[in-house]
Design a protein around this ligand. Structure first.
Ligand code: ZN
Ligand code: MN
Length: 482
């Protein structure tokens, strides 16, 4: 059958302002429950919200970065529903007149690029958090539930895409691109696992050019979960259609542990939010000169930086991507390049071994125990032949763990590789003498035998021979035997 998958995303990102969306409470994560609250974010009668200017600024910056039109006038609405984690019983959000709309973000899928439409970017407030006390930690079977309102009223941006995505891989790529945009703007800390960046999806599978039924997926808490959940759902819907069945319009919950989605509620029970304009807040009417000033202040975006890393430093795209899609790692890289060594070699170390060590230790690049100066030193030691690439890997690991500089480690351990031709030649001769079978195999045209002989040279020097010199000398010595 001729299937077509259509995916749209709805993303919520917490804005990293100092205070909440409509009151002065702190947004710092954690702390004793209900200590970052006040009568406004607790929804006490008679209190009045005041919009956070910084949050509006951040939302406009995001709108501009996503190529949206910024509304000259936009208003807040009340979205009414009852839930214990929401003290006012309505969420202040935006409805038909959002702050920005009609934008796009392009994703690079390697083989092709796709421009994904952005329907809207609007401002709203976050809810509190319910803690269910009981064995399961879930609401079902809980003995009692507690509410922590520290997060209630944290500013959020909601981003809604057009249904322009065509595969789970594209959806994941879009989220990576969007996260990078948020990171480069410096307006959100974007931690999907901690919930400061969240994503819901709708997915339908159509057959033979006709649109399928839209199913909404919730509870995907990582990039991997997003792709897995959508892949599962794509296959589930195809299987239903292949069996001649009908896909039900519903909301489904991703169960990470089981690796499946299951139905939550059907659309008939969908909420009627009774949206109406928030009477306690004035419209947002950003001055055009202010918007222009914000437009001019936009930093370099990840896609631009990727192009620049490729053209300016001559990096292969896959390496450049590793550096660019982690802003701090990209900054670290550029700082190292400024110390002056070969940019391509530096990129290999930063995007490779160093990124691996940082990842393993869950440390961001700006807090790396090996500083840009250390990486530059390491590259210099390799490039000038003092140590081999193999030895450099161990040196970097040790520098990372101990905080010592690569140069210190090399001299303390006497690690410099043997680049003395007489010393290497003596070992080459010894290896040839001790391995007559391998030598005659090589002379009979078995190239594999050379690798074996090289291995013996490295073994006798305990890996310290400069490999390039050693292999040249070995080939030369073998030639003389022919
Ligand atoms: Zn408050
Ligand atoms: Mn929302």
């Amino acid at each position: 059958m001729d299937f077509e998958t259509i995916i749209g995303l709805e993303i919520h990102a917490e804005l990293s302002t100092k205070s909440k969306m409509f009151c002065g409470c702190s947004t710092v994560f954690g702390g004793e429950p209900n200590t970052k609250t006040c009568p406004v974010c607790l929804g006490h009668p008679g209190t009045l919200p005041v919009a956070n200017r910084k949050a509006i600024e951040y939302a406009i910056l995001l709108g501009l970065a996503l190529n949206c039109e910024i509304a000259e006038r936009s208003i807040f609405h009340r979205k009414n529903y009852f839930y214990p984690d929401m003290p006012k019983n309505y969420q202040i959000s935006q409805y038909d007149i959002p702050l920005s709309r009609n934008g796009f973000l392009e994703i690079d899928m390697g083989e092709y690029k796709r421009r994904v439409g952005i329907i809207r970017v609007h401002l709203e407030e976050d809810t509190g958090k319910s803690i269910h006390v009981g064995e399961s930690g879930r609401i079902h079977g809980a003995e009692r539930s507690l509410e922590d309102f520290n997060r209630a009223g944290i500013p959020l941006v909601e981003i809604v895409t057009e249904p322009d995505l065509r595969s789970p891989e594209e959806a994941r790529n879009f989220m990576m691109e969007l996260r990078a945009v948020l990171e480069y703007l410096g307006i959100s800390d974007c931690k999907m696992e901690e919930g400061s960046l969240r994503c819901d999806a709708n997915i339908s599978v159509g057959v033979g050019g006709s649109r399928g039924t839209k199913v909404e997926i919730k509870n995907m808490n990582s990039f991997r979960a997003l792709q897995r959940a959508l892949s599962f759902e794509e296959k589930r819907q195809r299987d239903v259609l292949l069996k001649g069945g009908i896909v039900t319009q519903e909301t489904r919950h991703w169960d990470e542990a089981a690796g499946i989605t299951h139905a939550l509620r059907t659309k008939e029970e969908a909420f009627d939010y009774r949206y109406f304009p928030e009477p306690d807040l004035v419209p947002i009417e950003p001055d055009p000169p202010w918007v222009e000033e914000l437009r001019r202040s936009l930093p370099e975006m990840p896609a631009e930086r990727l192009r620049r890393f490729i053209s300016e430093y001559g990096l292969p795209k896959d390496i450049a991507k590793v550096l660019v899609y982690d802003k701090k790692l990209g900054n670290f890289y550029e700082e190292t390049v400024r110390k002056g060594e070969n940019p391509i070699e530096i990129a290999k170390w930063v995007a490779g071994d160093l990124a691996g060590l940082l990842n393993e230790a869950s440390i961001d690049a700006d807090l790396s125990p090996v500083r840009p100066g250390g990486v530059s030193e390491l590259v210099h030691l390799v490039e000038s032949g003092v140590i081999s690439g193999r030895m450099a890997k161990d040196v970097l690991k040790e520098a990372f763990e101990s905080g010592e500089s690569p140069r210190q480690i090399v001299s303390r351990k006497g690690l410099s590789q043997i680049a003395d031709s007489n010393e290497i030649l003596a070992i080459v001769k010894q290896v040839i003498k001790e391995n007559p079978q391998a030598v005659s195999d090589y002379l009979d045209g078995k190239e594999q035998a050379l690798k074996y002989l090289m291995g013996q040279v490295m073994k006798l020097t305990r890996g310290k021979a400069n490999p390039k010199m050693a292999s040249e000398m070995l080939v030369e010595a073998l030639k003389m035997r022919e």
